[in-house]
Every structure is written in structure tokens, then in C-alpha cells.
Design a protein around this ligand. Structure first.
Ligand code: NAP
Length: 490
């Protein structure tokens, strides 16, 4: 439980300007944007709102800092990341409170996100000193090939509101490790956490201009000229698939390296040999983490007939026991959705499924204001072709469809343009392998409801994305390979 005084203190302490070239400053035209508390709809504070000219200033600052960060010793870059990791843990309570205030997630989950976000700093501080190269004898024996890996150059990052810190550190940490300067635009709903993090990196010793943060409400007008300028060499975006496609097209103009972490439509398959209690436990994480506002959220449940009744009853009981409320309150498990638009979308999707024949086992109706609350909801008999099974819900709604066979579940799971993650519960190794090999997604949770880990390669296939963040290959997205052919005469 936090007090009003705690809230005021963190809000008063957070920088609210643009962070450009190591300086905090106002927008050149003096514009500001309001940041709301989604649990009350009240304004928390105002932040500088970048214009296209501010965006170009941020790009210029990153471009000027690029040679400095590229030339730093890998160990030095590593130690900056490690100090930032330590600072995040020193400031974890204040950062988590700030995140809860602007994003709505319960305080305990916000602390969990700060920890998760910090692990990208620690992981990439370890990777910074392991960037390798190669030396090879040409097949004809007459030349030698030297391979070096160099920073890709200035990066442009655009991130969403659902994980305001982790989606940023997942990009910034490998960029710093590889020796890249960057410009980041956080989501307008949640700029405060990223602004506080910029101060963390500055305090950890990151050179001026190596990270620039521009909050902008007119994202398209600010980001497009940066992508079309030519000085930035890499674009990395986390957000919805339509916006990802747009930015990819803009980045194509200068043939920028591009990474996309886009929308998901995860299935959660429970086969009749599964440990039902373990499946419910996993479902609680896969569905309810972040109020369901996660790209990895279980979006549709395909449960084999033999265990459907038990799984549905236990899941509804567990979800029904969750406490809904403002994330700062003691014992709250489910905060508000991010805004009225999100809450109304969830309302529409549920109404559509019910009209098509689904039954409500729990919840099913948005709470009246203030705030954008939607209660945990379980729907059964959801028709396979209903919108709920095809669109990202981004809310605490579990639609359950009963299937007769594992292959029926597999076919339904793959019947989507998305391919980020799928979850499967079974104790039969052969079935597990068959399903894991045939599911069309970049990640699979097998008998677990959580796949995100900084030490593992996160990313999707199909229209869920391009490239991987984290893991041993995460840094590759920020490196170019250069090969030097060396004449050799023996
Ligand atoms: P969104 O609407 O695509 O917005 C994401 C970011 O893009 C925001 O900062 C947004 O700013 C910005 N943006 C929108 N239009 C832009 C444009 N024309 N030019 C430049 N920037 C632009 O997504 P969201 O609703 O914030 O986030 C939810 C989505 O993110 C879901 O689809 C979710 O699955 C996905 N996501 C994916 C992952 C992953 O790792 N795969 C992780 C988290 C979230 P404005 O709001 O100002 O437009």
C-alpha cells in the first residue's frame, strides 16, 4: 500500500523533459502532453511533447555520440550496463510505483517488471565483452578471411505502453553493449518510466547523446523523418502489427536493419493427459500477467474434451478469486486496462462471442468508472471462428473452446496470421514433440505459462515479427559483420 505522499514524491522527482544529448530540455515549441492514471482517469503530470524538429535534434545527438560509444572499450560499456542494473535495484520501489501510476499494473507486478527489465542490463553487460570475430583459411589456401563484428550504428526505437521499462531495456541494453547510440520514443501513455530510466543510465555513466528519449504524441510526424534521414541505420519496434508494417516500409527507404516485435494471438492447448492443476497454474500466468495486456498473453484456450470441465471450473475459480482495483492498493491482482478504448474493445469482443453462442462462466461486463476496469472473465463454448479467437484481446478474458483431438487443437492454433507464442500442456513426450514441432510460432511454452527470459531468444514468426531480442543471438541485431580478405603468399 502506498500513500499519497509516496505518489507525490515519485511524480515530483521524475524528469519530465526531453532527454537529448545528455540534457533535459523542453520541446522547442513548448508543447506538453498529459499523462493519466488509468485507474482514475486523473492527470498525474505533464511531459514535454516533441515536435519533428526535436526529433531531428535527438537524431543529431545520437549521430554525434555514435563514434564515442563505438570506440569505448567493451568492458567500459559492460560496466555502465552493470551499474545501471544495480541502480535499478536501488530505485526499484520508486520506479515500480511510477509504473503502476501511469500504466495501472499492480505494484508487485511493476516490481517484477523492473526486475525483468534489469536482467536485460545484466545479461547484455555480460555479452558486451563476448563479441567475437573469426579467422579463416580460404578454400584455395591463398587468402585469409578476417571477420569482425562492428556496431550497426545509430538506432531508432519505438516502444509500447504495456511493459514501459522492459520493452525499452530489451533494445537499449544490447545497443549499448554493441556500441550503438539510440533515440527512443516511448508510448504516450507511459513516458515517465522511460524518462526515469534515462536518468538511471546517465547516472551509470552513459556518454551524453548515447541515449536520447523523446516523448511525442504525434508519433508518425516525429519518427518518419528520422527513419527517412539516413543517419540512423537500425529501426527496432515493439507494438502492433499494423504500425510495425508501416515503420518497416519507412525504414526500407534507407534499407535500415529492422527488428519487429509485434502482436500475438497465443493459443493455450490443454490435452487430456495434462496435469490439470499445473495447466491452471500456467494459465493464470499466461492469461492474467499484466491484466492480459501482453503480446504473449494466452488469447484462446483449446482444451481437450476429457479435461475441459475440470480445467474450466478450476480456472474460473482461480480467476474469480482475484482482487480488482487500483494497483497501489494492498492485495490487488488486477489493475485497470490502459484506457477507455482498450476497455471498450474488450467489451465488444466479449459481446460478439456471446452473440455467437458463447456462455459466460465468470465476469463478462466492464465495471463502471472511474478508471478503465474490466473483471476477470471466462467464456465457454466459444465458436472457433469468433473474433475473440482471431483478434488480440489485450484484457483478462479467457475464451475456452473444447476440442476432440490434439491435431484439431494444432490446426486451430495455427489458423492465424500471428506466430509469437503458443502454450501446450501434456505429459506425453511424443505428443509434446509433435505439437512443438508443428506449431507455427517463434516460441512455445511447454508445460509452462511463461516464456519471457532475457537469456532466451524472444520473437515471432509470420506477422508477429522479425528478429529476436535477448539470448545469445540478441546482440547480433545490433552488429554488422565485416570481412577482410587478406592476401597471403605463404
Ligand atoms: P501500437 O499502437 O502499435 O503503439 C506502439 C508504439 O508505436 C507507441 O509508442 C505508438 O505511439 C507508436 N506509434 C504508433 N503509430 C506510429 C507511427 N505512425 N510512427 C511511429 N510510431 C508510432 O501498440 P500498443 O497498443 O501501444 O501496444 C500493444 C501492441 O504491442 C500489441 O499488439 C502487442 O502484442 C504488441 N507488443 C508486442 C510485443 C512483442 O514483443 N512482440 C511486446 C509488447 C507489446 P502512439 O500511441 O502515440 O501512436
Amino acid at each position: 500500500m502506498t500513500t499519497n505522499a509516496d505518489e507525490r514524491r515519485v511524480l515530483d522527482a521524475v524528469p519530465t523533459g526531453l532527454f537529448i544529448g545528455g540534457q533535459w530540455r523542453q520541446a522547442e515549441n513548448g508543447a506538453t502532453a498529459k499523462v493519466e492514471d488509468p485507474s482514475t482517469g486523473e492527470v498525474l503530470t505533464e511531459v514535454a511533447d516533441a515536435s519533428p524538429a526535436d526529433g531531428m535534434d535527438a537524431l543529431a545527438a545520437a549521430h554525434a555520440a555514435q563514434p564515442t560509444i563505438a570506440a569505448m572499450a567493451p568492458r567500459e560499456r559492460s560496466e555502465i550496463l552493470r551499474r545501471a542494473y544495480d541502480l535499478l535495484h536501488e530505485r526499484i520501489d520508486d520506479l515500480a510505483l511510477l509504473m503502476t501510476l501511469e500504466m495501472g499494473k499492480p505494484f508487485a507486478e511493476a516490481k517484477g517488471e523492473v526486475t525483468y527489465a534489469s536482467e536485460f542490463l545484466r545479461w547484455f553487460s555480460e555479452e558486451a565483452v563476448r563479441i567475437d570475430g573469426g579467422y579463416q583459411v580460404a578454400p584455395n589456401g591463398q587468402t585469409r578471411f578476417l571477420t569482425v563484428r562492428q556496431p550497426v550504428g545509430v538506432c531508432v526505437f519505438v516502444t509500447p505502453w504495456n511493459f514501459p521499462l522492459a520493452m525499452g531495456t530489451r533494445k537499449i541494453a544490447p545497443a549499448v553493449a554493441a556500441g550503438c547510440a539510440s533515440v527512443i520514443k516511448p508510448a504516450p501513455q507511459t513516458p515517465l518510466t522511460m524518462l526515469a530510466f534515462a536518468q538511471v543510465l546517465a547516472d551509470a555513466g552513459l556518454p551524453d547523446g548515447a541515449l536520447n528519449v523523446i516523448n511525442a504524441t504525434d508519433a508518425g510526424a516525429v519518427i518518419e523523418p528520422i527513419l527517412r534521414d539516413g543517419r540512423a541505420r537500425k529501426m527496432s519496434f515493439t507494438g502492433s502489427t499494423p504500425v510495425g508494417k508501416l515503420l518497416l516500409a519507412q525504414a526500407a527507404d534507407k534499407v535500415m536493419r529492422s527488428s519487429l516485435e509485434l502482436g500475438g494471438n497465443a493459443s493455450f492447448i490443454v490435452l487430456d493427459d495434462a496435469d490439470v492443476d499445473a495447466a491452471v497454474e500456467g494459465a493464470m500466468i499466461a492469461k492474467m500477467r499484466n491484466m492480459g495486456e501482453a503480446c504473449t498473453a494466452a488469447n484462446r484456450f483449446y482444451v481437450q474434451r476429457g479435461v475441459a470441465e475440470a480445467f474450466t471450473a478450476k480456472l474460473a475459480e482461480r480467476m474469480g478469486a482475484l482482487k480488482v482495483g487500483r494497483g497501489t492498493e494492498e492485495g490487488v491482482n488486477v489493475g485497470p486496462l490502459i484506457d477507455a478504448k482498450s476497455r471498450d474493445k474488450v467489451t465488444d469482443l466479449v459481446a460478439d462471442a456471446v452473440a455467437a453462442g458463447a456462455s459466460v462462466a465468470l465476469g463478462g461486463k466492464a465495471q463502471d468508472g472511474p478508471g478503465y476496469f474490466y473483471p476477470p472473465t471466462v467464456l465457454t463454448d466459444v465458436p472457433v471462428d469468433s473474433r475473440l479467437n482471431h483478434e488480440e484481446i489485450f484484457g483478462p478474458v479467457a475464451p475456452i473452446t473444447v476440442v476432440d483431438t490434439a491435431d484439431e487443437a494444432l490446426a486451430a492454433a495455427n489458423a492465424t496470421e500471428f506466430g509469437l507464442v503458443n502454450y501446450v500442456y501434456t505429459r506425453d513426450l511424443n505428443r509434446a514433440l509433435h505439437i512443438a514441432e508443428n506449431l507455427e510460432s517463434g516460441m512455445i511454452g511447454l508445460n509452462t505459462g511463461l516464456v519471457s527470459n532475457p537469456a532466451a531468444p524472444f520473437g515471432g514468426v509470420k506477422e508477429s515479427g522479425l528478429g529476436r531480442e535477448g539470448g545469445a543471438i540478441g546482440i547480433d541485431e545490433f552488429l554488422e559483420t565485416k570481412y577482410v580478405a587478406i592476401g597471403y603468399s605463404g
